[in-house]
Design a protein around this ligand. Structure first.
Ligand SMILES: [Zn+2]
Length: 325
């Protein structure tokens, strides 16, 4: 395409509808850019090779031990076990690494299991396995330290046994009959600063100790934390030592000093719930922590890309903190 025409095309692209953008995206990427990329696999191998360590005993004293299935193997001099760059990570024994990047690309668009399976030409079962293996990597990636003004709140999620066919602890709920069947609810805590850094966690109950388990070391002592008046929040503030701006929402107090409020974190909760119910039609409670991580990544200030997901995977599973033996 000649440049003037390409420029016209670029100028027109800002007025595309969401559906047109999706069509264009499929056209550009479906067979293509990520279709046969082994970049993720190669990046993991290359980064591991810079400072290989034993996943069994963390020793750095290892030697190369031949190549199997196209991957470098290593042997630990300390415990004598063999391994490769993927051993001990959720990606071990996942097949078709040439399709991983395409799958991650679908995840950056909240692609559900069936379209993702079609997108990568894999079975539905594999699609499910990949989603949760990748999410297992992503869920670990919480913000290191929230700072400045931090908003903290909990919202209740109903327990779900979606996908579970046997061993259900209660009879399944019938549509339209919600009120008659008792259902356990549990709080999901989200703490988010104004730079959109987020820490979240599933609690058994809203208590200071439970909040502390998730937030200890993750809120700067100089932060100002806004939250509803609640004994658990007061206890957390005493334990972690930050400044606490307490909102008495039961008395209609929504904002203090024009800037201290929890509207961003409430919006986050609301989008999270809409995303889970609207896109996935609910998720099983046992997998909810994976979806919290996925949502966290999708709501970063900058757009989620395959490259960013690759970085997360490489950082968390290839270069963990090492114990030198
Ligand atoms: Zn070892």
């Amino acid at each position: 395409m000649q440049y003037p025409l390409f420029k016209q095309f670029l100028d027109a692209s800002s007025s595309l509808t969401r559906q047109q953008k999706n069509t264009l995206h499929r056209l550009l990427f479906e067979d293509g850019e990520y279709g046969s990329s082994r970049e993720l696999e190669q990046t993991i191998e290359a980064r591991f090779a810079e400072k290989p360590h034993c996943p069994h005993c963390q020793s750095l004293e290892i030697r190369r031990w031949g190549i199997r299935n196209g991957r470098q193997r290593y042997r630990c001099k300390h415990c004598e076990k063999t391994f490769n760059a993927f051993s001990g990570t959720p990606l071990t024994r996942l097949r078709h690494p040439e399709k991983w990047a395409g799958y991650l690309d679908g995840m950056t668009h909240s692609m559900t299991l069936r379209p993702a399976a079609r997108h990568c030409d894999i079975t539905l079962k594999t699609s499910f396995r990949w989603r949760h293996r990748f999410l297992q990597v992503i869920e670990q990636d919480q913000a290191e330290e929230l700072s400045g003004i931090v908003e903290l709140d909990e919202t209740l999620f109903r327990e779900s046994f979606k996908g579970q066919r046997s061993g259900m602890p209660r009879a399944s709920r019938k549509r339209g009959n919600d009120k008659k069947t008792p259902c356990r609810k549990f709080p999901v805590m989200v703490a988010r600063d104004r730079q959109s850094q987020t820490v979240d966690g599933i609690l058994e109950a809203t208590s200071g100790d439970q909040l502390c388990q998730h937030l200890n070391g993750r809120i700067s002592i100089e932060a100002v934390v806004c939250a509803d008046a609640h004994l658990a929040h007061e206890k957390l503030a005493r334990k972690l030592g930050f400044t606490f701006k307490e909102l008495i929402s039961s008395e209609g107090q929504r904002v203090l000093d024009d800037i201290f409020h929890i509207q961003h974190v409430n919006a986050y909760h609301s989008h999270l719930k809409n995303w889970i119910s609207g896109v996935f039609h609910g998720v099983a409670t046992k997998y909810l922590h994976h979806y919290l991580g996925w949502r966290r990544r999708l709501t970063e200030a900058r757009k989620l890309t395959v490259e960013k997901l690759t970085e997360v995977i490489v950082d968390h599973w290839v270069n963990p903190p090492l114990k030198v033996t």
